[in-house]
Design a protein around this ligand. Sequence first.
Ligand SMILES: CC(C)(COP(=O)(O)OP(=O)(O)OC[C@H]1O[C@@H](n2cnc3c(N)ncnc32)[C@H](O)[C@@H]1OP(=O)(O)O)[C@@H](O)C(=O)NCCC(=O)NCCS
Length: 209
Amino acid sequence: MTIYPDPNNPYPLENYKQLCFLKNIITNPNIIVGDFTYYDDFENPHNFENNVLYHFDFIGDKLIIGKFCAIASDVKFMMNGGNHPLNYFTTYPFTIFGHAWENTMSVANTSKGDTIIGNDVWFGYNALIMPGIKVGDGAIIAASSVVTKDVEPYTIVGGNPAKLIRKRFEDEVINLLLKLQWWDWPIEKITQNIGILCSNNLAALKQLY
Ligand SMILES: CC(C)(COP(=O)(O)OP(=O)(O)OC[C@H]1O[C@@H](n2cnc3c(N)ncnc32)[C@H](O)[C@@H]1OP(=O)(O)O)[C@@H](O)C(=O)NCCC(=O)NCCS
C-alpha cells in the first residue's frame, strides 16, 4: 500500500462511491481537471458532466479546474452555450430551427471565454458558476452562491450575486501561499508537510519557503 491515495483511482473511498477523483470520470475533452480534485454527489458522481450546463462542442469553451479542489453535490458550471443574444431586438434563437430561419445568426456570438478554476478551491453545495468566470487558488464559494464575477485567491464569496464575505488570511499569508503553490509539489513532499498545510502555523509555513 502506498502512503498516499492514487490520483488515478476514480473512487478513492472504498465504501463511498458517491465521491470520485473527478478527472477519472470525465469524458468531455473540453473539461480538464487536476489531480486529487474530487466531486461528491448525493446520488452518482457521474452526474457531474450533466452539471456543466450548455456546454456545446461547436462553441468549444473549456472548463479547467486545478488540483485539490473540493466540489460539493449539485455545484453547476454554466457555459457559454447558455447565452442568447442580448443586443438583438429578439433573444429568440431562430437560426437553430433551420428552414428559412437558418443563418439568421440569432444565436449568441459573444463568448465570455473559458471557465478557469484554480487549485485548492472549495465549492459549497449547489453553487452556480457563470460563464467565463475565473476563480483564484484557495477560494471558497459559499453554498448556493451564484458567482457572476471573478473570485480573488484565498477569498470567501457568497450570495446571489456572490460578494466578498472576507479574505481568508492576511495579505502576507496569502502571498506566501501563492508563492509556495504547494499543490504543484511532488506528492511525497505534500504528504510530508500535510501537518503544516492542515494548520495555521505561519512560522512553520514560512520555513517551507
Ligand atoms: C461560506 C462558509 C464557508 C462561511 O463559513 P463561516 O465563515 O463559518 O460562516 P458564518 O456563518 O460565520 O458567516 C459569515 C458571513 O457569511 C455569510 N454567509 C454564510 N454562508 C453564506 C451563504 N451560503 N451565502 C451567502 N452568505 C453566506 C453569513 O451571512 C455571514 O455574513 P455577515 O458577516 O454579513 O453576518 C459557509 O457558510 C458555507 O457556505 N459552507 C459551505 C458548506 C457546504 O456547502 N458544504 C458542502 C459539503 S463540502
